[in-house]
Design a protein around this ligand. Structure first.
Ligand SMILES: *Cc1c(COP(=O)(O)O)cnc(C)c1O
Length: 375
């Protein structure tokens, strides 16, 4: 009627649930600690503009992104927020960092020297590697920094941070090793607020909380406690439209590679979501969806724009063209989809495609200062 393109699939993002998750994480931290918001990778695929605005309205004042470009985009949305860039300060970027009042997370001595070179005592976060060998000062560089305080002269230390490699495995011995290494590193550096915990790190207990926590995934509803009940509210629902259904006879093959063959007669429905939409091909013959509240299996390989599901067990009315199949929903959350795909909820979220019709709910509540408001 309106000439609008068909909504082949709808991604529903509940900003109230997202803000509720952030608040519940913040409330686990000690009084006065800062709960930052990690909104890298377009807020884990859910849309940085909407997510950051909702978090800011709820009182979040410190944001982490991965890349300078993300930070510049966020600066335009949030003129007053503190914005830190995890990937560090790359050659040639210092002027842009300064111009947009961004906080670089300095990962090596070269970056520290480059940021000091901008002058003016601009704030920075120093990242020390405590056992991940990914980003951050390696032990040798930390020792050189400790031996020569002039390397930090004129630099405003916003925080000292590190990152946990095994926070989602509470009993993993590496957590305590990193905690100890972080304490030792802080003792070598000038006094500054400390930051160690990501989402799962917050659940390792008060020893891991320090002054600033950096949750991402749990804010978006991913379970920070794999294998245990998820304390977070679900933020995302995804449904895809059934385009066509067909009866198949004994022994017909379904999809590319003819990897699926129904033994008896049955019904196949084709849904308008494929791997180009982030519905990972590893879900082929393994994933499931819900139609009218009933779970049905994927049948055959996922293709670029489509997937096929076995709806033999359903009332034909329920699985008729134009109806929706629920791909992510209350009974089958991001972590359940990830388990079927052989990956983690983070990858399911960040893979969510750009073709979905996105519907945002809530998030418009005004900012109500509370006792636990961040300074
Ligand atoms: C992505 C990231 C986070 C957020 O981690 P989650 O597990 O999503 O909570 C925190 N710190 C660093 C350094 C990161 O790269």
């Amino acid at each position: 009627m309106s000439g609008e393109p068909t909504a082949y699939a709808v991604l529903d993002i509940d900003l109230d649930a997202l803000v509720g998750n952030w608040r519940s994480l913040r409330d686990r931290l000690p009084q006065g600690a800062i709960c930052a918001g990690v909104v890298k990778a377009d807020a884990y695929g859910l849309g940085m503009a909407k997510v950051a605005a909702a978090l800011a309205a709820a009182g979040c004042r410190l944001f982490f992104v991965a890349q300078l470009g993300e930070a510049v985009a966020l600066r335009h949305l949030l003129p007053d927020a503190e914005i830190a860039v995890l990937n560090g300060l790359l050659p040639g970027e210092a002027a842009a960092f300064a111009a947009h009042r961004l906080i670089p997370v300095l990962n090596d001595l070269g970056q520290i020297a480059a940021w000091r070179g901008t002058g003016g005592g601009l704030p920075a976060i120093i990242h020390v590697d405590t056992g991940m060998a990914r980003l951050g000062l390696p032990p040798g560089e930390l020792a050189r920094l400790a031996a020569d305080p002039s390397l930090l002269a004129g630099l405003s230390l916003r925080a000292v941070m590190s990152h946990l490699a095994c926070a989602d495995e509470p009993s993993h011995p590496h957590n305590a090793r990193q905690l100890a290494a972080f304490g030792a590193a802080r003792a070598e550096l000038p006094a500054a607020p400390a930051s160690l915990a990501n989402s799962s790190g917050i659940f390792l207990g008060p020893a891991y909380h320090f002054d600033i926590a950096r949750p991402g995934a749990a804010v978006y509803g991913v379970n920070p406690l794999p294998g245990r009940p998820n304390p977070m509210a679900q933020v995302v629902r995804l449904k895809g439209k059934i385009l066509q259904t067909r009866d198949i006879d004994r022994g017909e093959f379904v999809g590319y590679g003819s990897t699926h063959r129904r033994e008896g007669p049955g019904r196949i429905a084709t849904v308008a979501v494929g791997y180009a939409d982030g519905w990972l091909r590893s879900l082929s013959n393994r994933g499931s969806v819900a139609i009218a509240g009933q779970r049905v299996p994927l049948a055959g390989r996922i293709s670029m724009d489509l997937m096929t599901i076995d709806v033999t067990a359903l009332d034909p009315q329920a699985a008729s063209p134009g109806n929706f199949a629920e791909l992510i929903g209350p009974g089958h959350d991001i972590d359940a989809v990830a388990a079927e795909a052989g990956t983690i909820g983070y990858e399911i979220l960040t893979a969510l495609g750009s073709r979905y019709r996105r519907v945002y709910r809530g998030g418009a509540a005004p900012y109500l200062p509370s006792e636990k408001t961040e300074s």
